[in-house]
Design a protein around this ligand. Structure first.
Ligand SMILES: NC(=O)c1ccc[n+]([C@@H]2O[C@H](COP(=O)([O-])OP(=O)(O)OC[C@H]3O[C@@H](n4cnc5c(N)ncnc54)[C@H](O)[C@@H]3O)[C@@H](O)[C@H]2O)c1
Length: 252
């Protein structure tokens, strides 16, 4: 993977940061794209990557991320669609603007970014699209309508990209983790407790790990290792696949 150009969205934090760090360690020229310029800039500096600021809920900024990455390094070879956030609310109270934003960041942005990166991958006869979906792309849980709908959609997008990319050496795959120890999870513990009327301590054991055979949160590095494998030449025949890292959740 030496000198492959990798754009990692949401690379300022959590899973994205772990993926960016892993790919940089393997010799990729990594571009972190995130709306948080402070944490993104610091992360990029620490792992010797570039940073591009952008709010991926905006279509023009999605285009700009790919334009800037291409201007920096000449191509985009690996695209890791990872940026995301969560909103917890019952459907009857679910704010429409949150629904729109969840779909914009976690479904439309991956589509736009792959659309804009596609010509460069096609020209090089080599490309890797890795979508960080979720166990909530396979199953649902209450109070996450927007998130779950966007994540289910990403699986369809992944499969379509795989079919269209095959003849050009472009693979597309999705990783579906259960709860990973990141700020996104830490920040939703209070929201889940309030919405469900339970104590915060109970959220991890009774909600997050309830369906897991292995009763621990997943570490971001575990997701990063799989992403790095899918980005490698060894994974050239793997496409259109979804990989759960869910501690056994969907085995039942
Ligand atoms: N943490 C988990 O348990 C878990 C489980 C399954 C899937 N995921 C998915 O993994 C991805 C990363 O999650 P995480 O837990 O590392 O979260 P995180 O909150 O630690 O990091 C998310 C990053 O995305 C960025 N981001 C959010 N909205 C953005 C926007 N509009 N434009 C640009 N950047 C934006 C944030 O600034 C942040 O740096 C998300 O897609 C999430 O749905 C997380």
């Amino acid at each position: 993977m030496q000198n492959k150009v990798a754009v990692v969205t949401g690379g300022a934090s959590g899973i994205g940061l772990a993926v960016a760090e892993k790919l940089a360690g393997l010799g990729c020229k990594v571009v972190i794209a995130d709306f948080n310029a402070e944490t993104g800039g610091k992360a990029a500096q620490r792992i010797d990557a570039s940073f591009v600021q952008g709010d991926l809920s905006d279509a023009e900024q999605c285009r700009s991320v790919i334009t800037q990455a291409t201007a920096l390094h000449g191509s985009v070879d690996i695209l890791v669609n990872n940026a995301g956030f969560q909103h917890i609310s019952p459907i009857e109270d679910f704010p429409v603007e949150q629904w729109n934003k969840l779909l914009a960041v976690m479904l439309t942005a991956p589509f736009l970014l792959m659309r804009y990166a596609w010509p460069s991958m096609k020209q090089n006869g080599w490309g890797r699209i890795i979508n960080i979906a979720s166990v909530h792309a396979m199953v649902a849980s209450p109070f996450k309508a927007g998130y779950i709908s966007a994540k289910h959609g990403v699986i369809g997008l992944t499969k379509t990209a795989a079919l269209e990319g095959g003849e050009f050496g472009i693979t597309a795959n999705a990783i579906c983790p259960a709860y990973v120890r990141t700020p996104l999870v830490e920040n939703q513990i209070a929201d889940q407790a309030r919405t469900r009327g339970i104590r915060e301590e109970e959220v991890v054991s009774e909600v997050m790990l309830k369906n897991a055979a292995i009763k621990k949160l997943i570490e971001p590095e575990e997701v990063a290792s799989l992403a790095a494998y899918l980005a490698s030449d060894q994974a050239s025949s793997i496409t259109g696949s979804t990989f759960t890292i869910d501690s056994g959740w969907t085995a039942q």
